[in-house]
Design a protein around this ligand. Structure first.
Ligand code: BGC
Length: 723
């Protein structure tokens, strides 16, 4: 039975309380059991249901207060059934994909005894050098907020105590995606308005969706490390937003406050973090293995300690752990089912983005009989992506999937290039094999271990000599498709225009090979869009859609010189419009912008209407909504999906507004020849913003707005006035 939490708290010693405030990873079951016996609050998953039951038995039967354990594990995009990386899920522009991933993960994980996951990762990510962009939902706050909330709903379901639910953790709070130079764990410094308008909204959405916990980020924010950031952890998250769950520190993040230089010792660091609002330390430094508290009893007062323990106990109660912390070990889910595989395949198909499609090369013609498949991803089984469980079901190869999808075709497979090194002989083999094939498919990309945590890159080109393979095939003058698998936006400028068609498949998870083969054949139709821009060059990052307006916007990029001085010869230059914000040696904007993605059919957008073209700003601030509708028609010959993006541009505001901001999105599946009317709603979030004052507020200012809807190919716009 769930005890009365205050009564239980009253019986606990200070040491018992401190023990509840840490999560520890122990590989050895005996050592883990000893901590459970002592009364530790949380342990990492020991690896199977039977061992988890044993730890819970010890905690419930032998620990001083019989308090069950939280059992933690990162289940970021799959437990046994690996879904596409979150960035690929965002490319679907269909949050249901993320909800379903989390639902499958939760059932597989809880069935094995896991009760608490460290996901979703909802760090707005605008710098592709940062390897952790793979774990998040891209550059846009609204997309990140919607996908993050969908993940929370998927993990937690309607009832945390259900045998298919686990507690979600929104991470990493906050600003982690804005590390200087895209270098993991690096410093973050940002204005209040940027924090409030871009980086905090996904966390607020996760809290509103009921996220059971929030993880502090490794970075400093404007000088204050997040594990010691009282203003954000206590004042904003807990007080302003009313977050009643658990704040967990990141791995060793609390004691690293000493390395940040804001605490003199690890024990000072722990006191600082608890006072700032961290409830659970990850690493096990609050009480050492010897059970000795980190510091004097005075360092943290009782009220702070009790509040943290209360949060932990409430979460355990909500998970139903006092009632029954055990799982049926005989029923532990150990392998994907037909259903979970189907869900993973749908996710991979919906997240794929058709980047180019010269001569309508995709889908491959029905009579394709001789396929030449080359490149490192032709035979590599590395499709699962950055955060993969070592015990997850392994994926097959693209070679096998293509053979299965095209049973009547002859498929020749050659390596062509490696992920590392250079071997021109491999390219030569491909060039010599070209005659006699109807189509060439180059399966290229970035191996999974080049993205994820501590995997920042300063060069975003395809690694190894893969670009050379593209050029060798292009030089031969045959049409060819490049299929990309990668964990971040890459710099494709060295070859993009030379490929006939390019399909971005990301690290697509367990079912990636089948999904790719079906996208090639036309059994599935690509309809995803880029959730993050692909840069022209690493030198221009961060390069994102909702950037603030400058006083000197450029309208033309590097177009070749009218006349050039010596220093301008370093690049193509742009002397026609010199004193503008641009690079002398680059065209404007990213190579492929946020929202880019083609279809194998055609869509027409018509009848954009705004229901209230004029409205009082005060009314919007008070909650009024403004309907915006349009009609989308599939005018092509194939069924397909369009993605509609709703943008708002604030023409004049008291702080420099973004060139445009995403205010809504909708993915629409339309059979050929059919139409649908889509209705969006603008609200105070779409028209308003946070001012730049730390004691500031969300305002909706009177003035003119431009409202537009784009599907990446066509844009319709109309005006709106706030009085
Ligand atoms: C990562 C977190 C993760 C934790 C536990 C850390 O290194 O930053 O995202 O949840 O490890 O695995």
């Amino acid at each position: 039975m769930t005890p009365d939490i205050d009564e239980l708290l009253g019986r606990m010693s200070r040491r018992d309380k401190l023990d509840q405030l840490q999560i520890v990873w122990k590989q050895d079951l005996g050592e883990a059991a000893a901590l459970a016996r002592r009364g530790i609050g949380a342990l990492f998953w020991p690896g199977n249901a039977a061992d988890t039951n044993e730890l819970q038995r010890v905690a419930r039967g032998e620990s001083p207060h019989r308090i069950p354990l939280l059992i933690g594990l990162d289940v970021v995009h799959g437990q046994r059934t690996t879904f596409p990386i979150p960035l690929a899920q965002a490319a679907s522009f269909d949050p249901e994909i993320a909800r379903r991933d989390a639902e499958v993960s939760a059932a597989e994980a809880r069935g094995a005894g896991v009760t608490w996951t460290f996901s979703p990762m909802i760090d707005v990510s605008r710098d592709p050098r940062w390897g952790r962009v793979a774990e998040g939902f891209g550059e846009d706050p609204l997309v990140t907020a919607r996908f993050g909330a969908a993940k929370v709903h998927g993990y937690q379901g309607d009832d945390l105590a259900a045998p298919t639910s686990i507690a979600a953790t929104a991470k990493h709070f906050v600003g982690y995606g804005a590390a200087e130079g895209g270098r993991d764990y690096n410093t973050v410094d940002m204005s209040e308005q940027r924090l409030r308008n871009a980086y905090l909204p996904p966390f607020q959405a996760a809290v509103e969706a009921g996220a059971a916990s929030v993880m502090a980020a490794f970075n400093t924010l404007s000088g204050v490390p997040m594990h010691a950031n009282r203003r954000l952890l206590r004042d904003v998250l807990k007080d302003e937003w009313g977050f009643g769950g658990v704040v967990v520190g990141d791995a060793e993040g609390v004691v690293e406050l000493a390395r940040h230089g804001v605490a003199a010792s690890p024990s000072d660091a722990i006191a600082l973090a608890l006072r700032a609002g961290v409830d659970i330390e990850m690493g096990g430094h609050v009480l050492g293995d010897d059970g000795e508290p980190f510091a004097d009893a005075d360092a943290v007062d009782d009220a702070v300690l009790d509040e943290a323990v209360r949060r932990v106990l409430r979460l355990k109660a909500a998970l139903g752990l006092f009632e029954d912390p055990f799982v049926d070990a005989a029923a532990e889910p150990l392998a994907p089912t037909a259903d979970t595989r189907a869900a993973a395949r749908t996710a991979a198909e919906r997240g794929a983005v058709l980047l180019s499609n010269g001569g309508d090369l995709l889908p491959l013609a029905a009579g394709t009989r001789r396929i030449l498949l080359a490149g490192p991803y032709a035979t590599s089984p590395d499709h699962l992506g950055a955060w993969v469980q070592h015990f997850a079901e392994r994926a097959g190869t693209l070679e096998d999937a293509v053979r299965a999808e095209f049973p009547d075709a002859d498929v020749t497979v050659l390596p062509g290039a490696g992920f590392t090194g250079a071997d021109p002989a491999l390219q030569q083999q491909v060039v010599e094999a070209l005659p006699g094939h109807d189509v060439v498919v180059l399966a290229l990309g970035e191996p999974s271990d080049l993205s994820g945590e501590a995997a920042s890159r300063s060069d975003l080109r395809l690694p190894g000599d893969q670009e050379a393979l593209v050029h060798a095939v292009a030089d031969a003058g045959v049409p060819f498709v490049v299929v990309l698998e990668n964990g971040r936006p890459l710099d494709l400028s060295g070859w993009f225009g030379r490929a006939t068609a390019v399909l971005e498949a990301w690290h697509g998870g367990l079912e990636a090979p089948t999904a790719i083969a079906r996208l090639l054949s036309g059994a599935a139709s690509p309809g995803g869009r880029l959730p993050m821009a692909f840069p022209r060059s690493v030198g221009q990052v961060p390069e994102y859609d909702a950037h603030e307006r400058t006083g000197r916007p450029a309208t033309i990029g590097a177009q070749g010189p009218l006349s050039m001085t010596d220093w301008q010869l370093a690049g193509p230059g742009n002397v026609a419009e010199h004193f503008t914000s641009k690079y002398l040696d680059l065209d404007l904007g990213p190579l492929l912008p946020f929202g880019h993605g083609l279809s194998t059919t055609r869509f027409e957008l018509t009848d954009l209407r705004i229901e209230t073209p004029e409205i009082a700003a005060a009314e919007v601030l008070a909650g009024a909504r403004i309907g915006v509708s349009l009609t989308v028609t599939n005018t092509g010959e194939r069924d397909g999906d369009d993605v509609l993006l709703l943008f708002v541009r604030d023409e004049v505001a008291s702080i420099a507004p973004a060139v445009r901001r995403l205010a809504g999105f909708e993915r629409v599946t339309l059979p050929a020849g059919t139409s649908r009317t889509i209705r969006f709603e603008l609200d105070r979030g779409s028209l308003g913003f946070w001012t730049n004052d730390p004691a500031g507020e969300h305002v909706v200012e009177p003035g003119a707005f431009t409202v537009s809807v784009s599907d990446g190919t066509t844009t319709l716009a109309t005006g709106l006035t706030a009085r």
